[in-house]
Design a protein around this ligand. Sequence first.
Ligand code: BGC
Length: 288
Amino acid sequence: MSLFDPAAPVAAKTHSHAAYRYPVGLEGQPALVTGANSGIGRAVALGLAASGADVIVNYIVDPVAAEEVAHTIETAGRRAMAIKADVSNEYDIKSMFARAVAYYGTLHIVVPNAGLQRDAPIDEMTLEQWKAVIDVNLTGQFLCAREATREFKRRGVVSAVSAAAGKLVMMSSVHQEIPWAGHANYAASKGGIMQLMRSLAQELAPFAIRVNAVAPGAVRTPINRPAWDTPEAYRDLMTLIPYKRIGEPEDIARAVAWLASDASDYVTGATLFVDGGMTLYPGFATGG
Ligand code: BGC
């Protein structure tokens, strides 16, 4: 017997974000978000700005979209700058952090979010597909975490601004926990993020640097469009989600803003699953 009923009604759940007010104050805390030109990264950049932060909007493709995010943030009264950098490139990341610190004086919040998928059955997966995913999803977060740590340690705690010297909110996935047939490179990268995050949290807590992760489930973004953009796909997806709606990028942004704020000051080394309960079901997840 199945532990859940795939035929359970899919309520026509809608979710409005328009009226949502971010409860946390991030004023005076410059932030950097990678992959902030689209999807979850874009929502996180906007959510941090709505919480009071100034934001570096990192991108690698689509400068127009990145500038649009930066412009939206500026229109709302915060400072923003779009910076192109390949997160898997050490030189790019060092230069981006140097520019960010030169611009804002420091950084308090870093969200290494950029990620991609290159799906293939294992016997067809090329080394190029494997490396592309590990380089961006795992090495990219390592490089950002390292530069962030250097700046957080250099500055130390400024208690008028935040109880912590810095906050890293890493982007994981439900697939740090749920194995994902046909996506072994992606699942391996996110499993790696879990232990990277936990090890850094342990190492950096004595420096008042908090390190946590958000693990999204299925979220309405371009990375998994085939999983939600037809009624049939959406219905199939709902069999995997107890909460019976797809996640919206803003669902993730709210969790990130909370983990970046002093509201979560005693939280470090945690993965916050934001997945409508997907990790509560047995079986496997899906996506594009
Ligand atoms: C993947 C999506 C997928 C979701 C749930 C995410 O991490 O990027 O493609 O739909 O996990 O399976």
